[in-house]
Design a binder for this molecule. Structure first.
Ligand SMILES: [Zn+2]
Ligand SMILES: [Zn+2]
Length: 247
């Protein structure tokens, strides 16, 4: 029982760190250029994603930009309107892999992210990154906790990513004119990503919360990075329409 509680706590922390890296680096910085990160911060995020998710950044960016280009119509890699809701929620990783391996997608949507020497040596090799992560867990916490943490983290990360794409396009508030939805409870679990209706309304905004009651922990982290000189917000800042600000 003690091992299970310890494993859940460690897994929650690792999943939240992975989600933070996903929303700040992969989503807001790389995909939408809503902010620019210092070399050190970028490298740290790349390392975190490599050992906690095995995601190849340019693949994630290509899939995500295609999602914005074809939101909820044929061509969207993971739309609950086009696909079944349950498939997007529970088999999002399958849909992601299919789109990520499409070379035409990569050429079209991630042309600005050619692999650098670090990608060639390390970050384009997901299994090595994930292997390092698991070995580190094994060395720090032993085999049982390492196994439990790996499983809990993998399921949590995949289910929360699936929830942003499935729940975030099906259930919740739609203050702006798009099919995505806002769910504050999901935003709390995903460092702000659950404010998905806001995001589709202003995709180049580094801030996903548009009202005081909306919780965007990713934005708090970005403000911290800005304060210590590791992040620069897009200039000029994207305009949020008055209906968006007041809704
Ligand atoms: Zn979306
Ligand atoms: Zn986006």
């Amino acid at each position: 029982m003690k091992s299970l509680i310890e494993s859940v706590v460690i897994a929650v922390i690792i999943t939240q760190i992975a989600i933070m890296a996903t929303t700040i680096y992969l989503h807001r910085a790389l995909s939408h250029r809503a902010l620019r990160l210092s070399k050190a911060a970028s490298f740290a995020f790349r390392g975190i994603l490599w050992i906690t998710t095995g995601i190849v950044p340019r693949e994630w960016v290509a899939v995500h930009r295609k999602h914005h280009a074809y939101t909820d119509v044929i061509g969207d890699p993971h739309s609950p309107v086009v696909e079944n809701f349950l498939i997007v929620q529970f088999a999002n990783v399958y849909l992601y892999r299919k789109a990520a391996k499409d070379k035409d997608n990569l050429r079209k949507y991630a042309r600005d992210l050619p692999p650098d020497r670090w990608d060639k040596a390390l970050f384009d090799k997901p299994l090595i990154g994930l292997g390092i992560g698991i070995v580190a867990l094994f060395l720090f916490f032993g085999p049982l906790v390492a196994l439990l943490v790996s499983i809990i983290h993998m399921v949590s990360y995949l289910m929360l990513s699936g929830a942003v794409n499935a729940i975030g396009h099906t259930f919740g508030d739609r203050p702006h004119d798009n099919l995505a939805t806002n769910n504050n409870w999901l935003a709390i679990l995903t460092c702000g990503e659950g404010l998905h209706n806001n995001h589709h309304a202003v995709p180049t905004s580094a801030r996903l919360a548009l009202k005081k009651t909306q919780i965007d922990i990713g934005w708090w982290a970005i403000k911290f990075l800005e304060n210590i000189g590791q992040a620069t917000l897009r200039a000029p800042r994207p305009r949020v329409s008055s209906s968006a600000a007041s809704s």
